[in-house]
Design a protein around this ligand. Structure first.
Ligand code: XMP
Length: 515
């Protein structure tokens, strides 16, 4: 079946990814392309609709990104948002001018035309999220005003005959309560999409595409056990079976039992058809980390050891042609590449492609998916829920959850304390999907009394933060009983620990990890 696609032309708007997500929530495939994409290339993609994003520019500024009038004559429905709306007005003969009053934030929206295909079912008075200085003063010939706000005479306009629509506000953000419905109406009603994009068909298409790309050659994947690399492994295994070699490096800094879990899922007998190479590099990492206390040095050493271990292992595997990576769509968009640009995911820890091995090409089957879609795909491919919904875990692992020198004994303390914390969080029914919840080991030792003995041991810090973007975070208000139970269990059962603290610090000023 032909794939329904909505193309999103990027004029520099900060919400472009959100627009793409909203479209995909309607089960229609969407892709963000640079605004410079030639008309012919757009036509070749046979999109069902095109959305123009917002952007920081003013259409009258000579340096601003423009678009060709041909865009509006492709016979494909177009929706302009914010700058995209002004651009549509400007290019088609309307008038755009700076407003006396800029509008930012929640604004009352009055619907003028209830028969607008985009605005049908929207109550006559609602709110929308505005963020603009320029505004449309006169609509182009053929257009009608379909909504306004107190300071914006043209909050929405359309030319139904040509299927051209424009909104000054941002329908993609949650602060426009009717916005998702408007986008849905654009995608389904105006563009006529059925909503056929789903994971089962994605798997089928990708398996075909991967087989075409890889042929009978071999692929190498660095499997960390994280969501992205695990889903990449599962998908490649479905496509090319034993032509895929997964190298899993156990650096000794994983969460409790994590190495065993990865082996149980992907190793021999685990149900995935692939060539699994597990490397026990624990001794090597601990030796390299001995005596090192500086946090940056630790990260660097872990990264370097990882690359060396990986390269040495890969060089012993015979000729391998492709290198697979779990790059996902936000990585591609953040790095600024268009859909054809080659992007290499640079983990702080892995540092991109291993430089000591030569490859013919890169395989990145997840590069068009958002994180929640990657998770859905993982479930579709039969990965366990616990892995698919795993909490984020830094590449340098427990190395950045142990303040000061990293030793096998300290790793053991933090693993045990963390396992207890996770168990109790689950028992108390806390939703850990909304953030990062873990135990860390401080470098603080203090005197305690256990039985009749004085002790001089370490303090564990429990960290539980709520965050949506990992750029900022606040401490979760965990139930006191949960904290109390963790304290008792940890000091009673984890050797070397005699104190448990709860870290209340937000980010900023702290970071999520302890160092
Ligand atoms: P911070 O500590 O900066 O962490 O508040 C923000 C997010 O990034 C994760 N993190 C890392 N991930 N390699 C990674 O792959 C690293 O070196 C690293 N350091 C922090 C952290 O777990 C959180 O999700």
């Amino acid at each position: 079946m032909e794939q329904e696609t909505i193309l999103i032309l990027d004029f520099g708007g900060q919400y472009k990814q959100l627009i793409a997500r909203r479209v995909r929530e309607c089960r229609v495939y969407s892709e963000i392309l640079p605004h410079t994409t030639p008309i012919e290339a757009l036509r070749a993609r046979a999109p069902r609709g095109i959305i123009l994003t917002g952007g920081p520019n003013s259409v009258y500024d000579p340096a601003s990104p423009l678009c060709s009038p041909e865009l509006f004559a492709l016979g494909v429905p177009v929706l302009g948002i914010c700058y995209g709306a002004q651009l549509m007005a400007h290019v088609l003969g309307g008038q755009v001018a700076p407003a006396d009053t800029s509008e930012y934030g929640g604004t009352d929206l009055c619907i003028d035309r209830a028969d607008s295909p985009l605005l049908a079912d929207v109550p006559p008075q609602t709110t929308c999220w505005m963020s603009h200085t320029d505004r449309i003063m006169a609509v182009p010939p053929g257009f009608a005003v379909t909504a306004h706000t107190p300071d914006c005479p043209v909050a929405a306009m359309e030319d139904g005959a040509r299927k051209l629509y424009a909104v000054q506000f941002h329908p993609e953000v949650a602060h426009t309560p009717e916005g998702a419905a408007m986008l849905r109406r654009f995608v389904r009603e105006v563009c006529g999409c059925q909503g056929t994009w789903q994971m089962a068909s994605f798997v089928e298409e990708q398996v075909k595409a991967l087989r075409a790309q890889i042929g009978t050659k071999r692929v190498l994947l660095a499997l960390s056990g994280g969501v992205d690399s695990s889903v990449t492994a599962a998908l490649l295994s479905r496509a090319v079976g034993k032509q895929l070699t997964c190298v899993f490096v156990d650096h000794g800094l994983l969460r409790k039992n994590e190495g065993e879990q990865v082996k149980a899922i992907f190793g021999p007998g685990g149900g995935f058809d692939l060539d699994f190479v597990g490397v026990d590099a624990r001794a090597r990492f601990f030796a390299a980390l001995q005596g090192v206390t500086d946090p940056e040095r630790k990260r660097k050493i872990i990264g370097e050891q990882f690359i060396h271990t990986f390269e040495e292992t890969a060089n012993g595997l015979g000729e391998i042609h492709f290198f697979a990576q779990g790059t996902i769509y936000p990585d591609v968009v953040e790095s600024g590449a268009g859909s054809d640009g080659a992007v290499i995911k640079s983990h702080h820890n892995v540092g991109g492609l291993p430089k000591g091995i030569r490859f013919e090409g890169i395989v990145e089957p997840l590069r068009m998916l958002f994180k929640d879609e990657v998770r859905q795909l993982g479930l579709e491919l039969g990965l366990p829920r616990a892995l698919v919904y795993r909490q984020p875990f830094p590449g340098p692992g427990l190395g950045v959850r142990i303040v000061g020198e990293v030793t096998p004994e300290k790793v053991c303390m933090v693993q045990e304390a963390d396992a207890i914390f996770q168990e109790e969080l689950q028992r108390f029914g806390i939703d850990t999907g909304a953030g990062q919840f873990f135990a860390a080991l401080t470098n603080l030792r203090s005197v305690g009394v256990m039985g009749d003995h004085r002790t001089y041991e370490y303090a564990v810090a429990l960290r539980a933060v709520l965050t949506s973007d990992y750029m900022t975070a606040t401490a979760a208000r965990l139930p006191y009983d949960l904290l109390d139970t963790c304290m008792t269990r940890i000091v009673n059962t984890v050797p070397g620990v005699n104190r448990v603290l709860y870290d209340l610090t937000s980010k900023p000023p702290a970071t999520i990890e302890l160092e």
